[in-house]
Ligand binder design. Structure first.
Ligand code: DX5
Ligand code: ZN
Length: 218
């Protein structure tokens, strides 16, 4: 599941009053994936949306739906997130006491399986599930809100993850505070998928914003 740089706009920063049009707009603007931030008001303080919205958005884009579950009990609704149209389902390491089982379940549902690490979470816990993983999401802000500043210390963690995965075809995705100003450093550290919300859903041209991120990594 590796390829050239993947840019995944997070619809958290979109205008929710016209969310279907916003998804179409970033699709046409050159998004590779559509990043869907699910928040439960428990694992993180904020609340967003669940499977019904993902299902409603599915006809608006053929791009990969990259579902990021910031929820305390992801196992309860994995089937629903898959049947709603998710292509990738990423759970949080901190929320999964039976991570091996959770990842296997995601793959059994026909989705790619991802694990996300909060900024303070060490990468060591992933060592024994690498063969069950398609994606590792390194959080570069504390999850829950868009528009926060990138935590530069996380560049070291990205490099550690790159070294840990060796030749495995695992995507290294980075989420939080990504802009055209830091995208070059992030990719140089070893990431190959960038989530960006507020730096893409702004101004007159989403296409220019996506291109600026790509250009910064070229
Ligand atoms: C944060 C979310 C991110 C967020 C990124 O909890 O997981 O995907 O939307 O937003 P920006 O790019 O504005 O930091
Ligand atoms: Zn996210």
């Amino acid at each position: 599941m590796t390829q050239d740089l993947i840019v995944a706009p997070s619809i958290l920063a979109a205008d929710f009053s016209k969310i279907g049009d916003e998804v179409k707009a970033v699709d046409v603007a050159g998004a590779d994936w559509i990043h869907l931030d699910v928040m439960d008001g428990h694992f993180v303080p904020n609340l967003t949306f669940g499977p019904p919205l993902i299902r409603a958005l599915r006809p608006h884009s053929k791009k990969v739906f990259d579902t990021h579950l910031m929820v305390s009990n992801p196992d309860a609704l994995l089937d629903d997130y898959a049947s709603a149209g998710s292509d990738i389902i990423t759970v949080h390491f901190e929320a999964c006491p039976h991570l091996d089982r959770t990842l296997s379940h995601i793959r059994e549902l026909g989705c790619k399986a991802g694990v996300s690490l909060n900024p303070h979470t060490p990468i060591d816990g992933l060592q024994h599930v690498l063969d069950r993983l398609d994606l590792i999401l390194v959080m570069t802000v504390n999850p829950g809100f868009g528009g926060q500043s990138f935590i530069y210390k996380m560049l070291e963690k990205i490099t550690e993850v790159r070294s840990m995965i060796g030749n495995r075809p695992i995507v290294i995705e980075v989420d939080g505070g990504v802009t055209a100003d830091n995208a070059g450093k992030i990719v140089a550290s070893g990431a190959n998928a960038l989530v960006a919300g507020s730096s893409i859903f702004k101004g007159p041209s989403y296409a220019d914003n996506i291109s600026a991120i790509r250009a910064a990594t070229a």
